[in-house]
Design a binder for this molecule. Sequence first.
Ligand code: FMN
Length: 168
Amino acid sequence: MTETDGVHKKILVAFFSRLGGQYGVKNITKGNTAIIAEMIAKKTNGDLFEIEVEDDDYPMSYEALVEYAKNEKEHNYRPELKAKVENFDDYDTVFLGYPNWWGDLPMPVYSFIESHDLSNKKVYHFCTHEGSGYVKEGFSIYGHIAQERPEEADKKVTDWLIKQGFLN
Ligand SMILES: Cc1cc2nc3c(=O)[nH]c(=O)nc-3n(C[C@H](O)[C@H](O)[C@H](O)COP(=O)(O)O)c2cc1C
């Protein structure tokens, strides 16, 4: 028995992810982090929640988005979110996923963290990136592997979930 066996009551998989042009991949119709989020939700029977901003002005081209996000980070901006998670108290486990933006969380993820009380929940971070790896403890994977080699990504997700005690 691991500490986590049998105690996961309700699982939320919250994620932030972008479409359009991303590093090394063009015109994607499902974000890299979204792909991983869906895998985790499916394997753990979790509920998916996409973190979305209210006034979404994020550029669709990679270069423009990089500059836009740099400005948001420099101002430590907190974009208003479109919605909060309903019945958030019901969840005892939260998987929180996002792309690495400038070696940090995208600012909307800070908005999410600050508007949802995570203090009594077990939180597992997961992140996609293109080389810098991860910003905190958790699962990290190259975004283009999620996008272009889903079977490889799926195996890595499974291995990680086994280590965390969610799968056998
Ligand atoms: C604004 C921005 C900043 C980024 N900064 C980094 C970075 O510092 N390190 C890194 O490895 N990848 C960085 N990337 C690459 C993304 O983390 C990677 O493409 C990710 O998989 C995108 O996920 P998504 O499709 O779910 O949005 C950056 C991408 C963007 C758009």
